[in-house]
Design a protein around this ligand. Structure first.
Ligand SMILES: NC(=O)c1ccc[n+]([C@@H]2O[C@H](COP(=O)([O-])OP(=O)(O)OC[C@H]3O[C@@H](n4cnc5c(N)ncnc54)[C@H](O)[C@@H]3O)[C@@H](O)[C@H]2O)c1
Length: 361
């Protein structure tokens, strides 16, 4: 079987996850890596024993190679430029989340993916937890009746990153771009990605900007908390909340309310960095009536030993090999980005805003 040749753009923290996942596959060759920091891509490849792979500082040089696909693992602000360059150079793309910094960028990325006919997949690994698929089946399989209200989000009591994540110029947004996009993907994926129509939101940064809570408070210029009321097509309301830090243990369970039943779900894991939808599903409970009685039924969690991060990279390689569409299509994630954009716009003016998307996308 021919080896799939890939390159990795950005050689930081998450790039190592992509590298390990590619290395775990027999039929993949990591041909190159690029990082704007001189020497970083070389060190990244050498530490993994990839002495024959080529290192670049400029990702456009990497894109001149014969490659089947690239992983884009740069800070959020570089997702747009590197993705457009990769697609225009004829490469299929696995892009780290969030999709982009602005909605305008996301729209153009989808357009270029369509124009070039090349896959653009966005890396939301929680989708590879079989329990996420189970929830989608429950929600879309009609068990709940008509779903009219969804509450999703997650909160860390204290779990604020630093570095590139807390600067608007690099990350575009804070908790929203880091973990909020996962919550949105979790709910919207379960619902079949209905189109968002309006958003009314607030954001704050009382913790990140306070030296008592964050060692890099003077650099911190993004939101550490956000809450939004989002109208989706099909008469569904999505109540969303996300927190990097708060004086509370949890923002509560997520829930899907339907006319026939309700589904309550919680994320897996515990500790200061848990409580958000960036990993796996913890518990699932169905609330329904049986013979006129209020009943609730725990849905057994599907036990598995999958590494969901590896699964997402594997699925990208499978889609390349089988010439299949993007496993997590940018056309869907465009709606995720549109909501984040709406939240930031609404919060800035303290009013509900419309979400306008090009009608052809
Ligand atoms: N899916 C996940 O679980 C997960 C986890 C963490 C981060 N992420 C995402 O991955 C991305 C990177 O995060 P990270 O934690 O690895 O950051 P990082 O800062 O550790 O690494 C980013 C690297 O990209 C390099 N870089 C910046 N601009 C570049 C460019 N134009 N060309 C080539 N290299 C460039 C930087 O020098 C740095 O080495 C972010 O978008 C983040 O949201 C995803």
């Amino acid at each position: 079987m021919r080896k799939i040749r890939v390159g990795i753009i950005g050689s930081g923290g998450i790039a190592a996850g992509h590298l390990r996942a590619y290395q775990a596959m027999d039929n993949v060759e990591i041909a190159a890596a690029a990082d704007i920091v001189p020497g970083k891509a070389r060190q990244f490849l050498d530490e993994a024993g990839l002495h024959d792979a080529t290192a670049f500082e400029d990702h456009r040089k990497l894109l001149e190679l014969e490659l089947d696909g690239v992983s884009i693992c740069t800070p959020n602000v570089s997702h747009y430029g590197t993705t457009i360059d990769a697609l225009q150079a004829g490469k299929k793309v696995l892009l780290e989340k969030p999709m982009s910094v602005t909605l305008e960028e996301a729209v153009h990325m989808v357009q270029v993916s369509k124009d070039t006919g090349l896959m653009l997949s966005v890396g939301f690994q929680p989708r590879y937890d079989p329990n996420t698929k189970l929830i989608r089946d429950v929600v879309q399989g009609g068990k709940l009746g008509k779903v009219y209200y969804v509450e999703v989000g997650g909160g860390r009591r204290r779990g604020m990153p630093g570095g590139t994540f807390i600067r608007k110029e690099l990350a575009g947004a804070g908790a929203m771009a880091d973990i909020g996009c996962y919550s949105l993907d979790f709910a919207l994926h379960a619902l079949g990605y209905p189109k968002p129509l309006t958003v009314s939101a607030m954001t704050s940064n009382y913790f990140g900007s306070n030296p008592a809570y964050h060692a890099e408070a003077s650099r911190f210029d993004v939101e550490d908390f956000g809450s939004a009321f989002i109208r989706l097509e099909g008469g569904i309301v999505l109540q969303f909340k996300i927190s990097w830090a708060m004086h509370m243990d949890t923002l509560g369970a997520s829930m899907f309310l339907g006319t026939d039943a309700g589904l309550k779900v919680t994320p897996y894991g515990e500790g200061p960095w848990s409580g958000v939808w960036d990993g796996q599903v913890g518990s699932m409970t169905l609330f329904h009536d049986m013979m006129g009685q209020h009943t609730h039924t725990p849905i057994p969690r599907i036990q598995h030993s999958l590494n969901v991060f590896e699964e997402k990279v594997k699925d990208f390689v499978r889609a390349i090999r089988e010439d299949e569409p993007a496993p997590i299509p940018a056309e869907e994630i465009l709606y995720n980005q549109a909501i984040i954009d709406g939240i930031l716009r609404s919060a800035a003016i303290n009013k509900e805003v419309d979400i306008d998307l090009p009608s052809h996308l």
